[in-house]
Design a protein around this ligand. Structure first.
Ligand code: NDP
Length: 239
């Protein structure tokens, strides 16, 4: 798709992968609807982007937020061509001491909220007959590392829904993709006692801007080319 003037909704846009993608899609001339909980951060990012941007702060566990995001894109820009369903958190730990409440809250954000936006977005995109839904999964959407099972489970769930929606979208003009990052330099693991980068002995992590380029690459493919899954990882990450 020609990206100039097209419209993308991006969740988790105040940091990391969402922010990096917002910057890349703005450079490509796309108009953006950005969301996350921290409004001041969103507004700061919006000011730095050389394109039309609407921001809407909110918690993805708010059931009405998905409709409000699509409505905002339609009202402000008259279109919604891409939904990057990306916001998420990561809680890991051994069964003996994992924070159960934090774990269950992660399931609400990474599964329930992601599913809700995915379905709302699909209804919109199929009705208009074109567009892209990209759900952020993980390298842990297809394999498990010890102590990451609950998080990996949320991403396995994203993989399953994404694959189903991809099949349902056949013939509608809509394309659906699971983004599977390996370790990316973001704030996702700031609360870990030891960063996985050190555990896995990785010298240079993938950068948010690298993921932004991948998302742009996916969106720029001609209408007859779909990229259902894309795995992007540091060159020296073993798993
Ligand atoms: P960051 O922590 O840097 O960014 C997370 C984003 O999600 C922030 O913008 C945050 O904004 C938003 N967010 C978190 N919780 C909520 C919520 N309840 N409601 C609304 N927004 C929320 O991490 P990443 O950029 O790394 O994470 C983005 C996605 O990438 C996640 O789905 C993650 O699982 C996935 N991923 C990341 C990898 C990595 O190595 N970094 C690897 C594989 C997958 P705010 O706090 O302002 O609400």
């Amino acid at each position: 798709m020609e990206l100039e003037g097209k419209v993308a909704v991006i969740t988790g846009a105040s940091s990391g992968i969402g922010e990096g993608t917002a910057r890349e899609l703005a450079n490509a001339g796309m108009k953006l609807v950005l969301t996350a909980r921290r409004k001041s951060v969103l507004d700061e990012i919006a000011e730095q982007l050389d394109t039309d941007v609407a921001t809407l702060d909110g918690d993805m566990t708010d059931e009405g937020l998905p409709e409000r995001l699509i409505d905002l894109a339609m009202e402000r820009f008259g279109s919604c061509d891409c939904v990057f369903n990306n916001a998420g958190t990561m809680v890991v730990g051994k069964a003996a001491d994992i924070d159960l409440e934090a774990m269950c809250h992660m399931v609400r954000i990474n599964v329930e909220a992601v599913f809700r936006l995915a379905i709302v977005a699909m209804r919109h995109l199929v009705k208009q007959g074109h567009g892209y839904l990209i759900n952020t999964s993980s390298i842990l959407g297809t394999k498990v590392r010890e102590t990451t099972g609950a998080y990996a489970g949320t991403k396995y769930a994203v993989e399953a829904l994404t694959e189903d929606l991809r099949m349902q979208a056949r013939g509608t003009g809509v394309r659906v993709c699971a983004l599977e990052p390996g370790l990316v330099e973001t704030h996702l693991q700031d609360h870990f006692p030891v960063h996985p980068k050190d555990l896995l002995n990785i010298k240079k992590l993938v950068q948010p801007a690298d993921i932004g380029r991948m998302i742009r690459f996916i969106l720029e493919q001609p209408d007859h080319v779909a990229i259902p899954r894309i795995l992007v990882m540091p060159a020296d990450q073993g798993m």
